[in-house]
Design a protein around this ligand. Structure first.
Ligand code: NAI
Ligand code: 2OP
Length: 365
């Protein structure tokens, strides 16, 4: 159990995540922070009053500032706006980058040793903003999306197979959107390859539905996006961290390609390189949009150094890539290493579970 976990953003995902964290007693205190006066306090009080019925002792407290969050060991960032019908996750980038930048500064000040779990969309870019602004080491800034995408994939497969979700083993890597990669060759039903049970057209449909899993829910809800499965995914990751379960879960992470194992895997698996290249393009695209307004902010306030660094980083990525501004890992990226490293450091990692080049997963992409 941790002493304190903070959830920033007391909206749908944040409030539901806080409730789940408390019910699982993953911390002594769960702090819910939001900018809207009264909302985090009211929701936290309501959740705390469910404790005698649900049988947990975790105190849930709400606040509009970060004082109660001070010293949190883990901070979940769900602050931001959610998608409406017709919007892509990337449409949220300008607004949410500002929000996550502000939140990250607060985290850096009040929770300097925290692990930051980012949820706000577009996920990869928001992870990058959080990492740049906090300056935390890369292993302390991770993003949730793959666990959610994997859960959706498993749920759809279980439905098609009329089997228990518990007996479907799968892993979805790639971006949280069009570049999502459900690894069909690693998908099994009680250990038996799923291709024994489902035809390619059926699997293709399930892959497509998984890719559009978020949009399908937005189309139903109309006023917001999914939150039950996303909050469950957050809590699975938090639980893995709190109990140091050694789980292998897909997550967004800043990869610099400087680990020997990582480089060896890159060389061994051409599809992963292709995936990386695709992600470089997608991140570049998003960053260009996000940073058009960037330069005029330079020098605006102490935090603008991060914005300038971000803009510089993005331009470098666009030019072919020296990546990191070196603040958090000054040893890591050099001009020399950048020539053979992935040009965008943002990629999903799943500890050696990359598909071989002739796998069905290459087709799925
Ligand atoms: P929501 O609109 O219900 O809640 C967002 C909350 O953030 C609101 O209560 C708002 O007041 C608060 N907020 C805004 N600015 C803030 C600030 N500066 N400090 C603290 N709180 C602030 O949205 P929802 O459904 O909870 O989604 C939150 C974010 O998570 C969205 O960006 C959404 O796209 C993303 N998301 C990501 C998923 C993923 O797989 N990575 C899955 C589901 C949602
Ligand atoms: C989802 O996939 C909106 O990213 C969110 O539901």
């Amino acid at each position: 159990m941790m002493n304190k976990i903070t959830v920033v953003g007391a909206g749908n995902v944040g409030a539901t995540a806080a409730q789940r964290l408390a019910e699982k007693a993953l911390a002594r205190t769960v702090v819910l922070v939001d900018v809207i006066e009264g909302v985090p306090q009211g929701k936290a009080l309501d959740q705390w009053q469910s404790a005698p019925i649900e049988g947990f002792d975790t105190r849930v407290v709400g606040a509009n500032d970060y004082q109660p969050a001070a010293g949190s060991e883990l901070v979940v960032v769900t602050a931001g706006i959610a998608r409406k019908p017709g919007m892509s996750r990337d449409d949220l980038v300008r607004t949410n980058a500002e929000i996550v930048r502000h939140v990250s500064r607060q985290i850096k000040q009040h929770c300097p040793n925290a692990i930051v779990l980012v949820v706000s969309n577009p996920l990869d870019v928001m992870c990058w903003v959080a990492k740049q602004v906090t300056g935390f080491p890369r292993e302390r800034v991770i993003g949730m999306a793959g666990v959610l995408d994997t859960a959706r994939f498993r749920a759809f497969l279980a439905e098609a197979l009329d089997a228990s979700v518990e007996d479907i083993q799968a892993m979805v890597l790639g971006g949280h959107g069009d570049t999502m990669v459900p690894l069909i060759s690693y998908t099994t039903v009680a250990g038996i390859p799923v291709t024994h049970f489902l035809s390619k057209p059926t699997l293709d449909k399930i892959v497509e539905r998984t890719r559009n899993g978020g949009a399908e829910i937005v189309a139903f809800l109309k006023t917001g996006s999914a939150y039950y499965a996303p909050s469950a995914a957050v809590v699975q990751m938090v639980e893995a961290i709190v109990h140091d379960k050694k789980r292998i879960l897909p997550c967004a992470a800043w990869l610099q390609g400087d680990g020997r194992g990582h480089r060896a895997r890159q060389e061994a698996h051409p599809p992963v390189r292709r995936l990386a290249a695709r992600r470089v393009r997608s991140v570049r695209h998003v960053l260009r949009g996000a940073l058009q307004a960037g330069p005029q902010r330079t020098g605006e306030d102490p935090g603008s150094e991060a914005v300038a660094g971000r803009a510089g980083g993005a331009q470098e990525i666009g030019r072919g890539g020296e990546g990191d501004d070196g603040r958090s890992q000054p040893q890591a990226v050099s001009r020399k290493s950048a020539t053979h490293l992935p040009r965008s450091p943002l990629r999903l990692a799943a500890c050696g579970l990359e598909p071989p080049s002739n796998s069905p997963d290459s087709a799925a992409r």
